[in-house]
Design a protein around this ligand. Sequence first.
Ligand code: ASP
Ligand code: MG
Length: 406
Amino acid sequence: MLLVQKFGGSSVATMDHIERVAAKVQSVCQRGDAVVVVVSAMGDSTDALVSMAKMANPDLPGREMDALLATGEIQTTALLAMTLCRLGLMARSFTGRDAGITTDRHHRRAHILSVDPIRLRQALDQGIIPVVAGFQGVDDQGNVTTLGRGGSDLTAIALAGALKADRCEIFSDVAGVFTADPRVVPDAVPIDHLSYDEMVELASQGAQVLQTRAVEYARENRVVIHARSTFHDAEGTRIVDKNLDNPSVTAVAMAKNIAKIGLVGVPDAPGVAAHLFSRLSARSIDVDLVIQSLSHEKLNDIAFTVSTEDLLQAERIAREALVELKGQGLVVDQMVAKIAAVGSGMLGRPGVAARFFQALAEADVNIQMIGTSEIKISCIVSRQDAERALGALHQAFGLAAVHSDE
Ligand code: ASP
Ligand code: MG
């Protein structure tokens, strides 16, 4: 059996942690399985690098940012490979470039274009454990790129796909995916199986266990993901290619790293939304929820949400659009949060939305915006209401009980 095992930043935070990861990898080899290891940067070291870069140049030039950020995961690969060698195993460190990961030129959020892990295959054939730096690749001109925050998950999944591994295990400090963030909702319980669609929605709604783009890649390439804890033996969560007979809602999630931008009093005419959103997408800014008010006196209000990371740029673009459209005003609100309920069992089951809104009403939570997909209901609420709203939904859909007998 060939496994890809990815260890996140908190699993390799110190040399003690790396020692424990090495012991875990050793036990896989002792059982006779082959393994490719993918690692993140140690602890919060990526954040530390970003802070230093801000001092060097607040514009954060993309090429140099990626050259800098990629070093974080490279450190971990060398330290883990050395540790494995000390334990008597054969191991070798590889950068993203060495692993054959080619991306587009989009610094800090590059997309993988191809994966050709020829050097990793050679190592495996010789019984050497490849230890690969996550989160990075190289563009067609040889520049180092990074794959977006949390991108080591994507590296692991892409390598598992290219190497036709039996599965990709993503180890972190939590025992898989829970019905809600257990730090916020104490009676949240782990979920043993999720479909790709559910996991994509949950990740994009704020569940932090897996990077959204990594799950999308897994869905496209049919890579089986197993999310589990590095330091506990709990079963964790398997993300698989089927829609199981699920309860209507499988999990709830919350995201606080979002902001709302509203354009007030823009003309009610064809092309106005296109004007605004094409400018945002030209700068690769992801827009999540959108609302447009009923038109009044040939004017509309349009509001949308973006991640706080993109807020400055998005605000600048919205301000320009407002001037060009001769609108009346701009509203920016950072004190918001997004709350969502996700479940493939929602399909064809009316009443889920009613229950969702009833639960928020009973918790006295005011709703600012609403968005839905076939398997998700989400809404924007004031940030101070977010935890209360999440707890109310978890309770209303009986999530602590739904999974407890699995
Ligand atoms: N070190 C990167 C980050 O903190 C990538 C990762 O951990 O997956 O976002
Ligand atoms: Mg991570």
